[in-house]
Design a protein around this ligand. Structure first.
Ligand code: NAD
Length: 490
């Protein structure tokens, strides 16, 4: 691995660019490749093998062939593999962070943070692999005895997005392998390099042939449809946008395929008059600007109570104005580029629409005049009902503030969305916090914190934000079937 990142010289030599099927790297069957670009310059970083539908089915062949042996492999050996992969990822933190920043754009410090977060799933599920249990029960009538046991679901197809190219992969691979499932993984075509390097580290960790296969492709639909239709596949796990997740659910319905869906968000961030102002502002900066705003967990709609709104907006704006915009590889960068030109157009369109409908532009609100796809960190105040920004996932560095009067109004505004992934709330009142935990329509709540993700907790959403959970023992259940065996009274 010779990835180097400096002021002048950036390269990604040493990262595999092939398909990984049945334990070896290979070119695509058609010989085609697609380019991966640095969003901060537009420069081509690498050309990656472009898997065809035939390659996808060869990967499923490999996963299906390995399934029985992997399921029968001692839990301790499955655990050891994940632990070795964790150690290797940890040792290569700087390499992985460099690849990630180059292909995705976020500042290096944040990429290192993702390596730490993503690696934790390998460690957590290496620890869980040896604790998969069942139980023994008596029928209520006392006439029989039953054993409830857990079995791996079977071969898994995993599709991941571009915004967290390491963590979204480890969040699926680790529980699947721990449970005894084999995997075919399709990374996002905008950011496949991080995932390819992760798979190479698994190979070095002693991965048995066929247990984990990776098929990058520029045509996700053509690759995926035959895999999803194939009856050997037993599980589809997807992280990405709600429209694509919904289309995949329709495909999966034909074979009643078990699915997990981690989809889009439209997180409310509520600040009440009794909040600790400094804490709320610092956490709001994290919740909004982490990953350049390109996170499913990004705070999308700020609702601030009238008594604290002026002070909160002023303090937040001061921090936003101090952000340094630059390439993710440059020291001191707070805000890197967005992933591509479409993302910039989307952010600009949402800001223009909000201003046209009466919002006040406090700072930002413009494209950044430099090479690459940058949009200035922006704060909008008094965003009006009916503005597109309140119903659309922004996926960019834009704060949208709406003011509210009462707790009841704040809750109503927060719940007024089809999504329900995460919510943030800032209040020092414990009873109010408890009310919010019970009434906000969300899978996760950050109460006085701006970051909720942790391998030990069940990540996931309600409403159109998805089905199922990742992380913790709930995340392992997604890859297990429950079976019971009943015998008559002895
Ligand atoms: P996307 O839905 O466009 O793509 C996600 C993945 O699906 C990519 O690998 C893509 O190639 C693939 N894909 C696209 N169309 C497909 C099809 N027809 N068949 C099979 N695969 C297909 O999403 P994105 O732009 O990569 O990621 C951003 C979205 O992901 C946002 O909506 C964000 O909220 C969501 N996301 C959710 C979570 C979560 O945990 N809930 C985490 C990260 C991102």
């Amino acid at each position: 691995m010779t990835t180097t990142v400096g002021d002048e010289h950036v390269s990604v030599t040493g990262v595999p660019t092939g398909l990984f099927i049945g334990g070896s790297w290979r070119p695509a069957s058609g010989g085609a490749t697609f380019d991966v670009r640095d969003p901060s310059t537009g420069a081509v970083l690498a050309s990656v093998a472009d898997a065809t539908a035939e390659d996808g089915l060869r990967a499923l062949d490999a996963a299906a062939a390995a399934q029985e042996d992997w399921a029968a492999t001692a839990p301790r050996r499955r655990s050891d593999l994940l632990r070795r992969a964790f150690d290797l990822v940890h040792e290569h933190t700087d390499d992985i962070a460099a690849i990630m920043t180059l292909e995705m754009g976020k500042p290096l410090a944040e990429s290192r943070g993702e390596v730490v977060y993503g690696a934790e799933f390998l460690r957590w599920f290496s620890e869980e692999a040896v604790r998969i249990g069942g139980d023994y029960r008596t029928t209520p009538e006392g006439t029989g005895r039953g054993i409830v046991l857990k079995r791996p679901v079977g071969p898994v197809y995993a599709i991941t997005p571009w915004n967290f190219p390491l963590a979204m992969a480890t969040r699926k691979i680790a529980p699947a392998l721990a449970a005894g499932c084999t995997v075919v993984l399709k990374p996002a075509d905008l950011t496949p390099l991080t995932t390819l390097f992760l798979v190479e580290l698994f190979r070095r960790a002693g991965l048995p042939d066929g247990v984990l296969n990776v098929v990058p492709s520029s045509d996700a639909k053509a690759l995926s449809a035959p895999i999803i239709e194939d009856r050997r596949l037993r599980k589809l796990t997807f992280t990405g946008s709600t429209p694509v997740g919904s289309a995949l659910l329709k495909q999966a319905a034909d074979s009643v395929l078990k699915t997990s869906m981690e989809l889009g968000g439209n997180a409310p961030l509520l600040v009440f008059d009794d909040a600790d102002l400094d804490r709320a502002v610092d956490a709001a900066v994290q919740a909004k600007f982490r990953n350049v705003g390109e996170a499913c967990t990004a705070a999308n709609r700020f609702f601030v109570q009238e008594g604290i709104a002026d002070a909160f907006t002023a303090a937040l704006t001061e921090k936003v104005r101090a952000f340094r915009i630059g390439r993710g590889t440059e020291d001191g960068t707070d805000i890197g580029p967005l992933i591509d030109g479409r993302a910039v157009d989307k952010a600009a369109g949402l800001v223009d629409d909000a201003v046209a409908r009466g919002a006040q532009l406090v700072t930002g609100g413009e494209r950044v005049d430099r090479e690459g796809t940058f949009y200035a960190p922006t704060v909008l105040d008094d965003v009006q009902p009916g503005s597109d920004i309140l119903t659309t996932e922004i996926f960019g560095p834009v704060v949208s503030i709406t003011r509210f009067a009462t707790e009841e109004e704040g809750i109503r505004l927060a719940n007024d969305t089809e999504y329900g992934l995460v919510a943030y709330a800032f209040t020092e009142d414990v009873r109010r916090g408890q009310r919010l935990a019970e009434r906000l329509e969300t899978g996760m709540l950050g109460w006085n914190t701006g970051v909720v993700s942790n391998a030990a907790f069940p990540f996931g959403g309600v409403k159109s934000s998805g089905l199922g959970r990742e992380g913790s023992h709930e995340g392992l259940e997604e890859y297990l079937e429950t079976v019971y065996v009943l015998t008559p009274d002895p």
